[in-house]
Design a protein around this ligand. Structure first.
Ligand SMILES: [Zn+2]
Ligand SMILES: [Zn+2]
Length: 193
């Protein structure tokens, strides 16, 4: 089991593909610090938290097969009330990579099969594993975040969080000294039609 250390405080967990033994699965485990993953950081609230991962990486000639899982707790924003919600990130993932030049070579017969298997392409001699895992975490996140099925959201009129307090717009209208006049006005309008 190899432990990937985050040496200089930057989220760069790079491995050189040619250094990997062929057909010999390697196990890795480590932790992503979300505040060092720019794309993920954009999606979460404070505190950014961490995502733990472990995976097996196997090189088959120039192809890379990664299978693993990650787990972490992230704070997201509710799309309705803009409050915070806790999201348990806990997924298995598999990544299939092959060099770009291979893709061109197999274009005709096998491309379809490769696409079906969802092979991705790498174009560098090194892989940044942190980036790959960050991507998997991003993909696993829900498209819509709701803190509770009962969440009442924000009032479009007065902007209050309706989970925490009552809407202020109706109250204001009722108390408004001209509320009655306004009512009369609309009655006249109706009458004229
Ligand atoms: Zn909400
Ligand atoms: Zn309101």
């Amino acid at each position: 089991m190899q432990h990937l250390e985050n040496e200089q405080g930057c989220q760069e967990l790079k491995i050189c593909i040619d250094d990997l033994p062929d057909h010999e699965p390697q196990s890795f485990q480590g932790r992503l610090e979300v505040d060092e993953c720019p794309r993920l950081l954009e999606m979460v609230q404070e505190p950014p938290g961490v995502v733990d991962y472990e995976f097996t990486l196997k090189r088959e000639a120039q192809r890379i097969l990664i299978d693993g899982q990650f787990k972490g707790q992230l704070i997201l924003t509710c799309d309705r009330c803009l409050g915070n919600l806790e999201f348990q990130s806990d997924e298995n993932f598999c990544i299939r990579l092959q060099p770009e030049q291979d893709l061109a070579r197999v274009e005709d017969e096998t491309l379809l099969t490769l696409k079906e298997l969802e092979w991705d392409v790498y174009d560098q001699p090194t892989l940044n594993l942190a980036e790959l895992i960050e991507e998997q975490v991003l993909v696993s996140m829900p498209a819509k975040n709701i803190c509770d099925v009962e969440c009442r959201g924000l009032c479009p009129g007065c902007g209050v969080n309706l989970n925490l307090q009552n809407c202020l717009c109706t109250k204001e209208t009722d108390d408004h000294p001209f509320a009655v006049l306004k009512g009369n006005g609309s009655q006249i309008d109706n009458f004229q039609k």
